[in-house]
Write a protein that binds this ligand. Sequence first.
Ligand code: ATP
Ligand code: MG
Ligand code: FE
Length: 345
Amino acid sequence: MIVLGVESSCDETGLALYDTERGLLSHALHSQVAMHEEYGGVVPELASRDHIRRALPLLEQALTTAGVTKESIDAIAYTQGPGLAGALLVGSSVACSLGLALDKPVLGVHHLEGHLLSPLLASERPEFPFIALLVSGGHTQLMRVDGVGRYTLLGETLDDAAGEAFDKSAKLLGLGYPGGPAISRLAEFGDPAAYTLPRPMLHSKDFNFSFSGLKTAVLTVVKKHETDIANICEQDKANIARGFVDAIVDVLVAKCVSALKHTGLTRLVIAGGVGANRQLRAALDAAAVRKRFKVYYPELEFCTDNGAMIAFAGALRLERNPQAAQRDYAFNVRPRWPLDELEAA
Ligand code: ATP
Ligand code: MG
Ligand code: FE
C-alpha cells in the first residue's frame, strides 16, 4: 500500500510517499524559514500562500523521485491539526482534492503523532511501550506510548515550549530566526563555568516543565552588560549561549530519566525539532549509559516538520484499520487538537 503524506501545519510544506512493503519511497520538502526570517517569526498569511505555491510542484517531485504515478497512490494522509488554521487548510484541500480526483480515500493525521512516531522511520526502531519526549517549536511533552494512538500524557510545559525557549533566547543574543540551531552552534564555544542559569522545575517531582523563567534569565544576563547585544563580544555571547543550553538540557534529561524510573520502562524516544540538538543528544546518550536505558532519535532530517512522518503515521493507522481512510472530502482541520483525544489505532 502506497500512502501519500501531506504536511502544511506551519512553515514547512512536505509531500512524501511511504510504501508499507518497501518503506519510505521519497519525500520532498520546502522550508519557508528564509521568507519569515525578516519578520522574526512565522507570518500565518504568508505561510498559507506559500504552501499553495509549493504543494503541487513538491508532489510532482515526490512522485518522480519515487518513480510512481499518482494513480498508484492507495491513500492520502494529511496533517489535520494542530497548527495554523490557514496553513492546515491548504494541505487538507490539496489532499481532499487529489483524493476526489483520483478516487482515493483520505485520512487526517495528528501532527504530533507524526512527530512522535518519526523515530520509527529510522533504521533502529524502538518497540512499544516507550517514554517519548516531544520537544518541538510549539510543544514540550513527556508521554507514555503503548502503541499507535495509545498515548498517556505524563507532563508538559506550563509556559514556553523548549523550541520556543531556544528561539527566544537566540533572539535575545541577536541570532536569526529560528535560533535553535544557531544558539546550539554558538554554545559549543562557550565556557560552561561563565554563567550558571536557573534550571526551572528541576526538582518539582512531576513531569512538567517551565522555560519562560530561563528566557528571562538570559535577558537579565544580556541586560547586565548595559549595552546593545551587538556590542557584547563573541566569546561572552557564546558563554551565555552555553549557560542557556546547559540549563535546558539538564532539565530535559532529568525529567526523561525520572519518567523512565517512574514507569519502569527502559526505552526513550525523542521527537520534534529540538531532538536535532547535539548537546541534548550527547547528554541523553551519556545518561543512557549511566542509567541503563536505550534512547532512540529520528533521522536528523525528520526531527523538524516533514511529509514523511505524516505519510508514515497514516500508513501505520491504515495497516491497523483500513477503514481509517474514507472517501470523505470535506475539509475539516483542527487547529487545536489535544493529542490525548486521539483514538487508539
Ligand atoms: P509543533 O510541532 O509543536 O507544532 P514546530 O512544528 O514548529 O512545532 P518543529 O518543526 O518540530 O516544531 O521544530 C522546530 C523547533 O526546533 C524550532 O523552535 C527550532 O529552533 C528547534 N530546533 C531545530 N533544530 C534545533 C537544534 N539543533 N537545537 C535546538 N533547537 C532546534
Ligand atoms: Mg517549522
Ligand atoms: Fe512540528
